[in-house]
Design a binder for this molecule. Structure first.
Ligand SMILES: [Mg+2]
Length: 260
């Protein structure tokens, strides 16, 4: 038997699609609206590619795909404005997220976090999460470090400020391929959530109303996308993460390392 926090000193959690905003809807709605205003239209699956990166980087990539890379500085302030407008409406905690975080805290495991949102956006989102009972020990945003995902700097900053090491005993949990890349680039264990985030891409109400066979198909597509990103584990939701931490702890104790 082990005390889990002796083996896993910290878990670093993503925000939208992992702990809040089931379906990662706020940034998608904001992007869709801003791009439509500038004459670009693209299917949601397309707009969701590259989600997880710093918002400006994500926008730059999308505009580049439309041959309009130079416009990013003009359009980005509009995207920020639209995201601020959507944050409150999509700030609800994902089912089981609060209980998972409470369990970590009870076991003495530090709770870090990273995101593609800016510090100013996180001020809004974190205040709402706190009112719902979730307050991580630390929030690091892309604008506080040299670069956001897939670079590992936000995770390094978490380790440094939480005072935890080694990174190969820490766990990153997120909903996008870039979350997984960030975790692997930092040398951490990675756990992907497939059904509550960007890969599945629907609110819980819209998920409920899908016919069972479509839900099944979408779920399988989301899982294989995150497996292909190289996640050590792919689960449905953060609500299922506690037993995975037990498995990771056992593997750490038997000398296993995360996928690099
Ligand atoms: Mg996310």
């Amino acid at each position: 038997m082990h005390s889990l926090s002796k083996v896993i000193p910290a878990v670093v959690l993503d925000w939208a699609g992992t702990m809040v905003d089931h379906g990662c809807c706020a940034p998608l709605i904001a992007l869709r609206r801003v791009l439509a205003r500038h004459g670009f239209s693209a299917p949601d699956e397309h707009l969701r590619q590259g989600m997880g990166r710093a918002k400006k980087e994500h926008l730059r990539n999308l505009l580049a795909l439309h041959g309009a890379a130079t416009a990013v500085d003009k359009i980005y302030p509009e995207l920020e404005h639209e995201i601020f407008g959507e944050l409150q409406a999509h700030a609800g905690l994902i089912a089981g997220a609060r209980e998972f975080a409470q369990g970590l805290a009870q076991q003495g495991i530090k709770i870090g976090s990273t995101t593609g949102y800016t510090q100013a956006m996180m001020n809004v989102l974190a205040a709402s999460a706190a009112r719902q009972g979730y307050t991580p020990d630390l929030i690091i945003t892309p604008d506080q470090v040299p670069a956001g995902r897939p670079a590992p700097y936000m995770l390094y900053a978490n380790a440094l400020q939480l005072g935890v090491w080694p990174l190969w005993q820490c766990v990153k949990i997120g909903d996008t391929a870039d979350d997984i890349a960030e975790g692997r680039n930092a040398g951490m264990w990675t756990v992907a959530v497939a059904l509550t985030g960007n890969a599945f891409g629907l609110s819980s109400a819209d998920t409920e109303s899908l016919p069972a066979h479509q839900r099944q198909e979408k779920a399988e597509a989301a899982r294989s996308l995150l497996r292909a990103a190289g996640a050590d584990y792919v689960i449905d939701s953060v609500a299922d993460a506690a037993p995975i931490l037990e498995q990771i702890a056992s593997r750490i104790q038997s000398g296993d390392k995360p996928r690099s």
